[in-house]
Design a protein around this ligand. Structure first.
Ligand code: ZN
Length: 505
């Protein structure tokens, strides 16, 4: 077979895998958005069947031979950038999977689903000892996997790389230390400020159907394409991308807390706009998806924070919200509203954290994960270390493990190395914003008057269109001229919170 023929056969083989993935994603979306309960068991089996088939193809002898042929140095000039990058991804997946003994891989998958249900119970009872044996096995397996991948130094880097290709402890240590140095004094200044925003009016009652109408309106305003998506309601909001022509979002309406649905919808909308704008040429390849968790989060946070929590945006849309609130917000000035949605107050729970304190929650988890894989921390010590770190970074200690080490699903789900992406996404987002301001200096005016077209098209041009064709750090460098640099986020936070809390310079 000629190289061109191999390339063609490889594309067809991979396309089939992508089609399986789309079917899985659709089945999962359906299960999460209201599939009849009595059909769930059978449906789960369908998902497992499809996932097994995808796994089998990704590690098959056929795949191996495609990889061997298409990574041969002598044929590289004949291949397009898309093909080279696709094969690189296939190779990484292949090697990750075949080096792990099948029995151990299976054990890990089993453990993941067991640990998640045990976690629910442990959290409800606030009893870490229930979860502990599961986490111990899970960490032991993860450590073994890293060994199978041939890594014996900087082991945590291998886990970071799963979510944020190319990211290392060396880089993160710098980024996080700088963030801490800037954020902690700011949090303290905010806490001792006498100018606290009012916020009681955020609990006015707005019926769910009115909130939904407003969320639909806002999604349209930020550039979400309803011919390529839809909005549904779920307990936990999420976004799922089937292909760029079908990217769905969900949100959750609480009648006495409309701002959660509003900002949550904008957040998921940011994820979705990324996927909707991926170049159609990448459909059917593994490159047709956001390039990393961090870059993905940068897009959702960009929309949620820099758009959805900005003054300019609300100058444009506050009137519409007031109409919806049926007179209840008429006495609330735009300024009071803006300050209320940007209120900062340290919390014990990550998902309720505000813009300013959020990165500190991530650092608690980062330090712990790093010590689990590169240091000598053991699972039994997690609750104690958690509380120490919370005290150190946020100045508070949880009264129970439910509000502490047991609050997140990530570790029971086996997702070690995932957390840093959240904070990195934030750093990236601020960096993109700073680069965008050089091209669109009247950013706030645009939000206020002509809407988001120029902003979304900037993001699309520099980020969205590439899908996973560019790696995260390459994308960041191309768009902003440098690697991860926390200074932009710090400047943004300083400027914003100094104004809101009337801090003296
Ligand atoms: Zn997100």
């Amino acid at each position: 077979m000629s190289v061109k023929d191999t390339e063609k056969a490889y594309y067809a083989y991979v396309k089939k895998m992508m089609n399986f993935n789309e079917a899985i994603a659709l089945a999962e979306w359906d299960m999460r958005t209201g599939a009849p309960k009595k059909g769930i068991r059978q449906r789960s089996e369908v998902v497992v069947t499809l996932a097994d088939e995808g796994f089998r193809r990704s590690t098959s002898r056929t795949m191996k031979s495609y990889i061997e042929t298409l990574t041969d140095p002598s044929v590289q000039d004949e291949l397009s950038e898309v093909t080279r990058r696709m094969v690189e991804k296939s190779k990484k997946t292949y090697e990750h999977r075949v080096t792990i003994p099948a029995e151990e891989y299976k054990a890990f998958i089993m453990l993941q689903s067991e640990a998640q249900s045990v976690w629910e119970e442990a959290k409800a009872k606030s009893d870490f000892s229930l979860l502990r044996p599961y986490l111990e096995k899970m960490v032991a397996l993860k450590r073994a996997f890293i060994g199978y991948w041939g890594i014996d130094k900087n082991k945590y880097d291998a886990l970071l790389d799963l979510y944020e290709p190319g990211m290392t402890v060396e880089t993160l240590d710098h980024v996080f230390a700088a963030l801490r140095k800037g954020i902690i004094p700011l949090v303290q200044a905010v806490a001792s400020s006498g100018a606290k925003p009012k916020g009681d009016f955020l609990s006015v009652r707005i019926p769910a159907e009115k909130q939904r109408a407003f969320c639909l309106y806002l999604l349209r305003e930020i550039g979400y394409d309803f011919e390529a998506g839809r909005l549904d309601e779920t307990e936990h909001p999420f976004e799922t991308a089937l292909n760029p022509g079908d990217v769905r979002v969900t949100t959750n309406y609480r009648e006495n807390d409309f701002i959660t649905a509003v900002l949550g919808t904008i957040h998921e909308g940011g994820h979705a706009i990324y996927e909707q704008n991926i170049s159609r040429e990448l459909v059917g390849t593994p490159l047709c998806a956001g390039t990393s968790m961090g870059i993905h989060e940068s897009q959702s946070l960009f929309f949620e924070n820099f758009v959805g929590r900005s003054r300019g945006f609300w100058e444009r849309h506050y009137g519409e919200l007031r109409k919806l609130a049926n007179g209840q917000l008429d006495a609330v000035s735009l300024d009071d509203f803006y300050r209320a949605i940007n209120k900062s107050h340290p919390s014990l729970i990550r998902i309720y954290a505000d813009e300013l304190t959020y990165p500190l929650h991530i650092m608690v988890r980062y330090d712990i994960e790093k010590a689990l894989f590169d240091g000598d921390l053991e699972v039994k010590d997690l609750p104690g270390v958690w509380n120490e770190k919370m005290k150190e970074y946020l100045g508070m200690i949880p009264a129970s493990d439910r509000e502490g080490v047991l609050q997140d699903i990530h570790w029971p789900a086996g997702d070690f190395g995932y957390f840093p992406s959240y904070a990195l996404g934030y750093v990236y987002a601020a960096q993109f914003r700073a680069a965008m301001l050089r091209d669109i200096p009247n950013f706030e005016d645009r939000l206020r008057s002509d809407g988001l077209d120029s902003i979304t098209s900037w993001l699309s041009r520099h980020i969205h269109q590439y899908g996973s064709l560019k790696k995260p750090l390459e994308l960041l460098k191309n768009a902003t001229g440098e690697g991860p640099n926390p200074i932009y986020l710090l400047n943004y936070l300083k400027e914003k919170y100094s104004a809101i809390y009337r801090l003296k310079a």
